[in-house]
Design a binder for this molecule. Structure first.
Ligand code: GLA
Length: 391
């Protein structure tokens, strides 16, 4: 009896000590997180994301590395909210354009700042496609076409945070069969990882229980001179693309794959973004500037492929993009109209950001010659993109 009692006391003590250690470890992690955010005035504030939507809690998480790069990500649309990197003089610079307050996202019409867009990024012509003889109709939310997943795409839903530490966060979203018109229950997973060499890697994964189409991207708006610092037209861009997919007047690819040589779409050598944007070119007219998909020159091994290099003319900040995707949408913020309040109370003025959205080509479900975007049950959609920063 006495022996059992002693064993019981020992067990209780062991449990109490375990809990205390656990608490200590938690406290240590908390302290580390607090001190890691060394520039709280520059990075988005977690309190501005304490909210909920459709009964799901919204929050903000931080990634940091030893070189001073700091990233803020919210599970609302799996969005990149802040990305702070040093410029050529060591000045910490936030290169992500958009709001840093949940309240703005809730009231805004432009849903894509920093977001993961899906189930199908970019456009599907006439808001419909046919799969195995069955026609699927989507919401026409961009003229006659469907854009970025429809009325309530992946950018406008609350994702679940599955796991998180100082360098990585994984989020998931379960999209129901028939949601926004797409077939199949689709589970999408996105992992953001910040490396010690200033790369932000985004790994995407998806599985389905019915044949469907998938095309995921990140729709961050960048200004490498710093968000809110004015036009991006003096940035320099290089694209690893000898071809692009020209579009019709509603920005749906014609199906042709044209050479960029001799056109304002030739960025094979570093070129100032604004140097040809005003040229008398029908594609630039349709896009109101650059808003086309570039066909990336294939990589030798099918792994992460160099896609783009951009340099901020004032900051000297260089962003390189690597991807496993076959295409990249280069968009110069032609639809930005100062209609939204962004960080620091500023407005999202015309062409004050650019996007480089790695992707499969727009309207692939209706273009049998384009690389396929079909996902079958039992298969896993898996792709990755890296944004690497240097100065
Ligand atoms: C993509 C599209 C553009 C525009 C933006 C969001 O880049 O190609 O036409 O819709 O998204 O405004």
């Amino acid at each position: 009896m006495k022996k059992t009692f002693l064993i019981l006391i020992a067990a209780v003590n062991f449990l109490i000590m375990g809990c205390q250690n656990g608490n200590k470890q938690e406290a240590a992690t908390e302290t580390k997180k607090d001190t890691a955010i060394s520039n709280p005035t520059l990075i988005a504030n977690a309190n501005d994301f304490k909210d909920s939507l459709d009964g799901k809690a919204i929050s903000l998480v931080y990634l940091t590395n030893k070189s001073g790069v700091q990233v803020a990500i919210t599970n609302y649309g799996a969005r990149l909210i802040s990305l702070i990197v040093p410029d050529k003089n060591g000045k910490l610079t936030d290169v992500i354009v958009g709001s840093d307050k949940m309240v703005e996202f809730k009231s805004g019409k432009e849903g894509y700042f920093g977001a993961v867009v899906g189930r199908y990024a970019n456009r599907i012509g006439h808001a419909s496609f046919v799969l195995d003889g069955k026609k699927y109709s989507l919401a026409a939310n961009n003229g006659p076409n469907s854009l970025h997943g429809g009325l309530k795409g992946f950018a406008s839903v609350v994702w679940t945070i599955n796991s998180q530490n100082d360098s990585s966060v994984q989020l998931s979203y379960a999209s129901k069969d028939g949601e926004e018109g797409y077939p199949g229950n689709l589970t999408a997973k996105v992992r953001y990882t910040l490396s010690s060499s200033n790369e932000l890697k985004i790994d995407y994964e998806a599985t389905t229980d019915k044949k469907t189409v998938v095309n995921l991207t990140n729709h961050s708006y960048f200004n490498l001179n710093g968000q809110g610092s004015g036009s991006i037209l003096q940035h320099t861009l290089q694209l690893n693309a000898d071809h692009y997919t020209p579009v019709d007047s509603t920005l749906i690819p014609t199906g042709n794959i044209d050479a960029v040589a001799g056109t304002p779409f030739d960025f094979t050598k570093p070129t100032v973004i604004g140097s040809r944007i005003g040229e008398d070119n029908i594609q630039l007219k349709y896009g109101k500037g650059y808003d086309q998909n570039f066909v990336l020159n294939p990589s030798k091994n099918g792994e992460l492929n160099f896609a783009a290099r951009v340099t901020g003319d004032q900051s000297g900040i260089v962003m390189e993009v690597y991807t496993k995707e076959p295409g990249i949408q280069f968009y110069t913020g032609n639809f930005m109209q100062g209609a939204h309040t962004i960080k620091g109370g500023k407005k999202d003025d015309y062409r004050t950001a650019f996007c480089l959205e790695t992707q499969h080509y727009p309207d692939s479900p209706n273009k049998p010659k384009f690389p396929s975007t079909i996902l079958e049950p039992g298969k896993t959609y898996a792709t990755s993109t890296v944004y690497k920063f240097s100065k």
